[in-house]
Design a protein around this ligand. Structure first.
Ligand SMILES: Nc1nc2c(ncn2[C@@H]2O[C@H](COP(=O)(O)OP(=O)(O)OP(=O)(O)O)[C@@H](O)[C@H]2O)c(=O)[nH]1
Ligand SMILES: [Mg+2]
Length: 467
């Protein structure tokens, strides 16, 4: 338990209806009590008065925060006291709900700091919850993912982690490694007492079923995390002037990309984020693809090809007025494995019933649009949302590792495979033990049992102050 008491403004800077100052530590209740006058009696404050005598745990108290030195009223507030260990940090916690202006909140914070409290560091409340054993490290990381989530998908993944479901899978893996280690070590320490034919095969099967396979299952869902954080990557590509930027602007309902009638308007790629039916989407508009580009266009096209390479879905936009049966972008798209939708744009100029539009035969789903008038855009959005959802749909609460967990699980998997190889070749069990210990340590870093102070600092310094 930490001996210092920390305080911070927990709500974002700027103005808002309510602003919260949060305090945690052994002096939280006493320090706040010396500034708080319950009820309407703000003017009856006298030196030595302590509002903490009136505190009832986990009940909202109405009153005023007073500067005890000047008896000036700082603000009319609501205040709640949560004595440890039944609190966020497991320590005594007080939350003061004041008006949401920065001056008022800074004044309250200054009064607390003057009473010897420390300004909380980024993520320090959550770090204390972890250090005091209320949550593990993966759950602590989930808190930040909930706070920064940009979509329902990101929240679902973070909730699965915050609930401890992900941690349970990880602990199961770690304890299976422990079991194998204890048998192997017994064999090394007491070779005579062990069954002559210590069955490596049996241990291998256990290692594969209870360690390797669950790690691989967790890793198989790591793309879900990337998708939830960065969005389903859609790249809009096609010949110059086909209306790519116009389609981009229609999809994100904003003038994000410059549109002109001059072919070659978009030279660099332009990225924007949006959420379609709960799925986070990252949308990239690119320079037009053509066979005889000038020097600048050439650089733009190289960037387009780079973006295409990283795409989950390509919107291949063509101009309905110039498309014909010979239209072929395969030279540009041949190396792309991403799913594709062909968008035949400017149908306001040809008419939807024009045979010309349908001359274009494609193996891919085709949508006819007019970016100018908005025709077909709703259908395009629906198809995109459907593809994004299908590709990354995760059952609610399914354990999904974050980037750090994925890197650690990959490392642990390598050690497990090395241990299995040693056991398969019936080499000395000492080698397998070293690899298994390494994997055991790595898996412990995920939930925090073996996380070094450097790992903890790296994780918590990315948090916001007051969380
Ligand atoms: N009639 C009609 N004009 C369109 C439509 N979509 C785009 N345009 C026009 O076509 C021209 C090119 O549109 P952009 O969106 O800039 O095309 P682009 O593919 O991004 O072009 P580059 O960036 O130069 O490769 C502009 O004059 C647009 O107003 C459409 O659906 N119908
Ligand atoms: Mg453009």
């Amino acid at each position: 338990m930490n001996a210092t008491t920390i305080a911070a403004i927990a709500t974002p800077s700027g103005t808002g209806g309510v602003g919260i100052v949060k305090i945690s530590g052994p002096c939280a209740i006493q320090s706040t009590g010396s500034l708080f006058v319950p009820g309407q009696r703000a003017f009856s404050f006298s030196p030595g008065f302590s509002g903490s005598d009136f505190f009832i745990p986990r009940k909202m108290h109405y009153g005023h925060i007073i500067d005890p030195e000047t008896t000036r009223i700082i603000d009319e507030v609501m205040l709640v006291v949560m004595p440890g260990p039944q609190s966020y940090t497991c320590e005594d916690v007080v939350e003061i709900q004041a008006h949401g202006g920065m001056v008022v909140l800074q004044d309250i914070l200054s009064l607390l700091l003057r009473r010897g409290l420390h300004l909380a560091e980024p993520g320090e409340f959550t770090k204390r919850a972890f250090l005091n054993g209320r949550i593990d490290l993966a759950q602590a990381e989930a808190v930040m993912d909930i706070v920064t989530a940009r979509s329902r998908a990101a929240i679902d993944i973070a909730q699965g982690m915050a609930s401890g479901r992900f941690s349970r899978s990880v602990r199961f893996i770690r304890s299976a490694i422990s079991d194998t280690l204890s048998i192997l070590e017994a064999h090394i320490d007491f070779p005579d007492e062990m069954d002559e034919s210590m069955d490596f095969n049996q241990m291998l099967t256990k290692l594969r079923n209870d360690v390797q396979s669950p790690i691989e299952t967790l890793l198989s869902s790591c793309e879900q995390y990337r998708h939830a954080q960065e969005g389903f990557r859609i790249v809009i590509a096609g010949p110059p002037n086909a209306g790519k930027s116009s389609i981009m602007n229609r999809l994100c309902d904003a003038d994000r990309s410059i549109v002109t009638d001059i072919p070659g308007t978009t030279r660099d790629y332009i990225e924007t984020s949006l959420v379609l039916s709960g799925s986070p989407i990252s949308l990239v508009d690119t320079a037009g693809l053509r066979d005889d580009p000038d020097a600048i266009e050439k650089i733009g096209i190289e960037k387009t090809l780079e973006a295409l390479h990283a795409a989950d879905l390509i919107l291949s936009v063509c101009d309905a007025t110039t498309i014909d049966s010979q239209t072929d972008f395969s030279s540009f798209f041949s190396k792309q494995t991403a799913d594709r939708i062909v968008v035949i744009n400017k149908i306001d100029l040809t008419g939807t019933s024009s045979d010309k539009t349908y001359l274009y035969q494609s193996d891919f789903q085709t949508v006819c649009t007019s970016a100018r008038y908005g025709t077909g855009i709703a259908e395009l959005k629906r198809i995109i949302a459907d593809k994004a959802q299908k590709r990354y749909d995760t059952p609610s609460g399914f354990p999904v590792p974050n980037y750090r967990h994925t890197a650690t699980l990959n490392e642990a998997l390598q050690s497990i495979r090395a241990a299995e190889a040693s056991m398969e070749q019936c080499e000395s069990p000492e080698l397998a033990v070293i690899d298994l210990y390494n994997a055991h340590d790595l898996i412990g870093q995920i939930t925090g049992e073996t996380a070094s102070p450097e790992i903890l600092d790296r994780i918590f310094e990315s948090y916001c102050i007051g969380k």
